[in-house]
Design a protein around this ligand. Sequence first.
Ligand SMILES: [Zn+2]
Ligand SMILES: [Zn+2]
Length: 422
Amino acid sequence: MTIIRFHGGCHQIGMSCVEIDTKKSKILLDCGMNPSDNRLPSINPSDMDAVVVSHAHLDHCGAVPYFNFKKIYCTVPTVDLMYIVWKDISKLSKTYGEKDIKQAMESIETLNYREEKKITKDISMKLYDAGHILGSSSIYLDVDGKKVLYTGDINEIETKTLRPADTDIDEIDTLIIESTYGSPMDIKPARKVLEKQLVDEISKTIEKGGKVIIPVFAVGRAQEIMAIISNYMRSGLLKNVPVYVDGSLIHATGVYLSYSEWLNPKIRNGLENRINPFGDVKKANRQIIDKEDSCIVISTSGMVQGGPVLQYLKLLKDPKNKIILTGYQAEDTLGRQLEEGAKEITPFKNKLPINGEVVKIEFSAHGDYNSLIRYLKKIPKPKKVFVMHGERYQALSLAMTIWKNFKIPSTAPTVGSVLPLF
Ligand SMILES: [Zn+2]
Ligand SMILES: [Zn+2]
């Protein structure tokens, strides 16, 4: 019997790690790190024939260099983005160093979407476009004739930078699906509405002669926000003010540009017509920004916890300026304190009064509840479903919906669960 072991990413978002254990082989799907406390999954790497990484987010790839795996499979752009993520982790947490990163890089074998590859005696695989960030994939396995789809993080709608997730997938016996927005309460405004909100908020501040700070994660959201701003500026719907960037998003955007054929074809067309999809941005520093009049500063980290964005928070002493939070803000982060209306925060040693406006517009790289349901309707009907990568309520709620509405046996396993895969 083939079994599945859940090492992480159950009833939570973070540390995704699933083991497929057949009579002849053992592989891992993702090997992430917990973003809030840098925890790693407990596994024995020497047991594993291979690890397949769905995409270059920390909660899916962050632990890989720590374990010295024999073989790592992922898409080509994922390698370049993972390198940036791993470097950031080694700098911030010291979980592993340059030698471990180099060793991991040397064990990677890359695949294109839909390219078939035999990875162990009884497992072959294919990667499908997951529509979530550059190079992100859903992992499709043939385990001795039976088929498994591990969705990874998915987005079923088209965004400025990416194509929607692939759904023209062959038959599926077992589905392992994410549930970030797995409850019927998780219905988000349409993309266009969010874009308009962002542009309106920026415009209001610019009209007053203020500056806008936008904290972002380096990979995914940063490029999406840059593409939206540059689009609206080109069309004249947003006033042309200088846009500055800071942090590892600069490298990540370079990677996006160098793999334009993996992105939304509109990006490629733009480039052919000499349009930089991410706009004419400049590298920021404190002195430049202080001297500027109205401008936009986009910088890491997304939850305002570390990263160069901290240096720009002083701008919020001035009520003319504004910070726009673009994603989920975890507990115990400065981002969360700002979101909850803190009148002062302590980014460094001294207290900083917050007089500027704080706005939150959530640009997720995940499909919302309706999008997950559409995805489930589009792919072939599986015989069994495991729900992971969601907070407990979301995971349980999606599992229940799949039972009730799709009539498919479905569970949201907890960490440490060992279950029959088929
Ligand atoms: Zn992700
Ligand atoms: Zn994730």
